[in-house]
Write a protein that binds this ligand. Structure first.
Ligand code: HEM
Length: 534
């Protein structure tokens, strides 16, 4: 299978809702079905030589926005078209569940929001989402800043130890450092637990990484080998996984017990108005336990916490890793970001208010998510038969799909689609900034810049599902604002004090994937203290 470049001139005009409705009808009448769908016939070895999502990109250029991919007896439909993605994620969202992803994650996250069946999801989303309210986020910015400060202090101390050397440069694996930082942040903000992983190791931290490793491994296999009878007792890696899981579960159970013992039941509105900045425990767990009418068994609460721990840790660490990777290759953009940090923060700390002015940094985070979406594939399974609408790219009649169809929505393909993005592989945070000629207002230029000029960041609505940094529809990420703020704070505090270079060349940084895209051997960087940093 060869990668064919497609020129942006081939972009077709946008369709409207009426077009889509008529496509659906034509589809049913003409019987457009799986049989007529283009099929990727690459060698199976393509799937193992490099991350799956990269092969899916090559096939997308060859076969278009909707194609079928056969893995032995199993077939997946790969969607790289915004209209079809919008249909599955938003318009007909409740006809799909998480399919293979739920099989993979259920042993770890139970009925937490990500793998949850629709009934459980409906109940829990209603309870969890209000927890991410404005005052909570404001209090979290303080936690992000405290934690990032500890990381920077650690780097500065390392630099002091190295200062006998001429160059005053430290070499670090920033991917590992970001991983520790993100773990500390998620522990404190979700269940008020200090992993302290930036400065120490502990059995719980080891167990978290063991569990993440296994989740990662499982998500690269699409056959649930762990369900083989007795595997969890007989296979050493599975036994280790079970014991890691027990360590974390015991820890979470203890935290839930404590929170319940000190429960102060209150209405949601009152909870959202608490004096968060001065609360001893501003965590999401406290909110969930104190919320009137949200009684759940401890098991469900534990599943929710575990889900948040995993969903909010790897993703943010990956964004920070790739943001630095990209900035290090674009020194002028790093300088521009540092100039913004200097003018907004000086030598001070990040605050909820100052985040609003760190606009270029936010765009860096968003552009990083375009190039390295986390996760690169969204997974769904049709619960009923459905009619996929026609898309932008050739397959205008759409397809009828039977229930049980497994689908990958390739966010990576959408984000690097030559149909929608100018120079799709280039790091260009400025691409999202447009000045609307008549109004002189800055808005976000995604697919349709005018659709949502008041948006906090370029998102799936502004880009009409050509850009899905946090998914879309009812199952969109519940922590999107949290994650954007966290990444912006961490990046700002790093760039305030340090210039960063890659230790080797960018080509040496190999990319691997499980649930998220990360590096094969870490992101080895040279950190040099900036001249103006005190
Ligand atoms: C769901 C991305 C950070 C909690 C999702 C989804 C995406 C995503 C794409 C949708 C998955 C799907 O449709 O299958 C990200 C990225 C993050 C991030 C890129 C960081 C940069 C966080 C954080 C939290 C979180 C910090 C919590 C503190 C969740 C939860 C869901 C979710 C609970 C499931 C939502 C539902 O099904 O109702 N995330 N996420 N995420 N994310 Fe995030």
């Amino acid at each position: 299978v060869r990668c064919q470049s497609t020129s942006t001139e081939e972009v077709k005009p946008k369709r409207n809702i009426l077009d889509n409705a008529s496509n659906l009808l034509t589809n049913f009448l003409s019987g457009g079905s799986l049989g007529s769908m283009p099929t990727a016939e690459g060698a199976v070895s393509d799937l193992f030589g490099k991350p799956l999502f990269l092969s899916l990109y090559d096939w997308f250029l060859e076969h278009g926005g909707v194609y079928k991919l056969a893995f032995g007896p199993k077939a997946f439909i790969v969607v790289s078209d915004p209209i079809v993605a919008r249909h599955i994620l938003r318009e007909n969202a409740f006809s799909y569940d998480k399919g293979v992803l739920a099989d993979i994650l259920e042993p770890i996250m139970g009925k937490g929001l990500i793998p949850a069946d629709l009934n459980t999801w409906k109940q829990r989303r209603r309870v969890v989402a209000p927890g991410f309210h404005a005052l909570y986020l404001e209090a979290m910015v303080k936690i992000f800043t405290d934690c990032a400060e500890k990381t920077i202090l650690k780097f500065e101390n390392l630099l002091k130890e190295e200062s006998l050397q001429e160059e005053k440069v430290i070499e670090l694996d920033l991917e590992a450092e970001f991983s520790s930082l993100a773990l500390d942040i998620i522990g404190l903000s979700v269940f008020n637990y200090d992993f302290g992983s930036v400065t120490k190791e502990s059995p719980v931290i080891k167990a978290v990484y063991g569990t993440l490793f296994e989740a990662e491994h499982r998500s690269t296999f699409y056959i649930p080998y762990w369900k083989v009878p007795f595997a969890q007792w007989l296979v050493p890696r599975q036994r280790k996984f079970q014991s890691d899981l027990k360590v974390i579960n015991d820890c979470l159970d203890g935290l839930i017990r404590n929170a319940k013992e000190t429960r102060q039941e209150t209405d949601v509105e009152k909870l959202q108005q608490r004096d968060y900045l001065n609360l001893k425990d501003a965590s999401l767990l406290r909110f969930l336990v104190d919320m009137r009418g949200a009684d759940v068994d401890d098991r469900q609460l534990r599943d929710d916490l575990m889900t948040m721990l995993i969903a909010g840790h790897e993703t943010t660490a990956a964004v920070l890793t790739w943001a630095v990777f990209l900035l290090a290759q674009h020194p002028s953009k790093m300088k521009k970001a540092q100039a913004e940090v200097d003018s907004v923060l000086g030598q001070g700390r990040t605050t909820f208010e100052s985040l609003k002015d760190l606009k270029y940094l936010k765009l860096i985070v968003v552009e990083t998510l375009r190039l390295y979406p986390q996760p690169p594939l969204l997974i769904r399974r049709a619960l009923t038969s459905d009619a996929l609408p026609g898309g932008y790219m050739g397959d205008k009649d759409g397809y009828a799909i039977p229930d049980g169809t497994d689908i990958f929505i390739s966010v990576y393909n959408l984000h690097r689609s030559p149909y929608f993005w100018d120079k799709p592989h280039e790091f260009e945070p400025e691409r999202f900034l447009v000045r609307k000629e008549n109004e002189g207002i800055e808005g976000w230029a995604g697919f349709d810049p005018c659709r949502s000029p008041g948006a906090l960041y370029p998102n799936e609505i502004t880009a009409d599902f050509a850009f899905l940094p946090f998914g879309g529809g009812p199952r969109k990420c519940v922590g999107d604002q949290f994650a954007l703020m966290e990444s912006t704070v961490a990046l700002a505090m790093l760039l305030q004090k340090f210039d960063v270079q890659l230790k080797g060349s960018a080509e040496d940084v190999e990319l691997v994937t499980g649930a998220t895209i990360h590096t094969k051997n870490g992101l080895l960087c040279k950190l040099k203290r900036r001249d103006n940093a005190h």
